[in-house]
Design a protein around this ligand. Sequence first.
Ligand SMILES: [Zn+2]
Length: 95
Amino acid sequence: MCGIVIQVDVGPYSQGAHIRPLGLKHGGPDVESNVLCLCPNDHVRFDNGALYITDDLQVIDALNGTVLGPLRTVPKHHIDLAHIQYHRSHLPHVP
Ligand SMILES: [Zn+2]
């Protein structure tokens, strides 16, 4: 989302963030199309609804409505829009 790459001794570090959360309440699947590779800051913000993603994969700051820019993607990583839509509609954020 932010473009920051965190380098550690074994290479770049990121966290796998489930778009539709796992667990009984949300029931998200643990599959690649339901995962984003994020830095820790964006992971926390995304999980708590402070960031969300539009259907055209723009990253939005939910606290002030600012468009932060396009989600950085790679062609071989398919992201399921249904999970993006679920995240938008089920997690707390200010639209
Ligand atoms: Zn980030």
